[in-house]
Design a protein around this ligand. Sequence first.
Ligand SMILES: [Zn+2]
Ligand SMILES: [Zn+2]
Length: 176
Amino acid sequence: MRTVYFREDHMARAIRKIHVRSTGCWEWTGTIDLRSGYGKAGNGVRYINKYGYPSEVKEQSHRVFYRHFIGPIPDGLELDHLCVNRKCSNPWHLEPVTSAENARRMMERRPFCINGHDKSLPGATYKRKGMPNFRGHCKICVMEQDRAYRDRVGQQTINEYARQRRAAKKAAALQV
Ligand SMILES: [Zn+2]
Ligand SMILES: [Zn+2]
């Protein structure tokens, strides 16, 4: 078993990955879990991975920061982002709450899109293909954007682009 040296403490490394916003949010600039939208940070627990290299257990970045600056997270509680910014790891923007309370608050906050459409209504959000699902696109806005694009370039141009894409795909398939 080889000896493992980490040049610095996991918190020193984590703090370098923080970008402070004017809102006071400590935004995580490291890895973001695309499914949940939360930052992923090493929590200081080390192990040797299956390739024989030193590695570190990853955890949600805001949990790592909360534990370091405030203390242990009470059992069975979730950390609620009071600033509604999942990338934020500022421990003073977090509050430990029960999962029921967290869900209730999420409903109460009723997220609005940039144009003021209520995104909490059923069917108001839209998951774009290939995009992470944590950020629901506002359906009304997407439809308006599509309509504006169609008005600008015309349906014929859109059909022509689609035809070109199909032809390119076909040509690529033939080459293989
Ligand atoms: Zn924040
Ligand atoms: Zn909208």
